[in-house]
Design a binder for this molecule. Sequence first.
Ligand SMILES: [Cu+2]
Length: 159
Amino acid sequence: MKLLYITAFLLLSHAAAAEVCKLTINATDQMRFEQQSLQVDGQCTEVEVTLHNLGNLPANVMGHDWVLTKTADVTSVANAGMEAGLANNYQPKGDKRIVAATTIIGGGESASVRFSTAQLEAGTSYSYFCSAPGHYSIMKGHFVYTPASASAVAKNESK
Ligand SMILES: [Cu+2]
């Protein structure tokens, strides 16, 4: 009886454990992200994004990072980041509009960032971009987060 109880407890605690969803995105010397969008569903309690810079150029010439904000904040955060400079990864320090960001990396390097999806608001448009000066107009894409409840609500409405 005691053994059964322990087993049930382990199953429950496993279900409640964080589900880390891993995504990879590649950046190039041609100032491009290879992935145009990234998708995450509600089962992911945490997301780990790994950026690979596939180029050969150093960070001060063609460095890239991966910065996630609301789509509405992309331009203003990118502009503020330009003034922050390379020493701050072209990211405004302590800026609450940044949901998650990697460091700026040069060719052949990789960087990861892990964050909770709890801070993402359902129904809000999010985008990622590279904050190196002048890159964000080309290096950006949509980050699509679909909470688990979204599809259930849609199903209920269609009945
Ligand atoms: Cu870039």
